[in-house]
Design a protein around this ligand. Structure first.
Ligand SMILES: [Zn+2]
Length: 149
């Protein structure tokens, strides 16, 4: 039997969050955290609204999931995020001991890989899930932003 709850299924949910961010004028990055095929956190980037450079989708997802679980470690959780995490988020994910990170588009400039940030050795990393959709949304955002100025 095919499991409908695959990486693409949850990445679509993260992309919906990214679209919500887009509509609010935030850089469109969305994230969900999943435990046993159940979404326990849905967040998107809110750095403009909160005037807070730490308000990345992943940071909020970590806090939200820990609140839901009533514990700080996310070692049974999978994070789905539309863009490769930055070094701040990769660092926070390290501390959370999250079991798996799935991201969409790569971030050649500010992604953790370029920055040389280490992910927790026990964390599995999958990349490129719906990358085209995620980067198309980012491109559309920056084109529209440029046209407004
Ligand atoms: Zn980040």
């Amino acid at each position: 039997m095919i499991n409908p709850f695959d990486d693409t299924y949850f990445m679509k949910k993260a992309l919906q969050e990214a679209e919500t961010a887009f509509e609010k004028g935030e850089i469109p990055v969305g994230a969900v955290i999943v435990v046993e095929d159940r979404i326990i956190a849905r967040t998107h980037n809110l750095t403009e609204l909160l005037n807070d450079v730490t308000a990345h989708a992943e940071m909020q997802a970590i806090t939200s999931a820990a609140n839901f679980l009533g514990g700080k470690y996310l070692n049974k959780c999978t994070l789905y995020v539309t863009l490769e995490p930055c070094q701040m988020c990769a660092g926070a994910l390290y501390w959370s001991q999250i079991s798996k990170i799935v991201y969409g588009a790569s971030d050649e400039q500010r992604g953790f890989k370029t920055m040389g940030t280490t992910i927790h050795p026990k964390t599995e990393v999958v990349s490129g899930i719906m990358a085209k959709e995620a980067s198309a949304l980012m491109k559309r955002f920056f084109i529209e932003k440029r046209n407004l100025n």
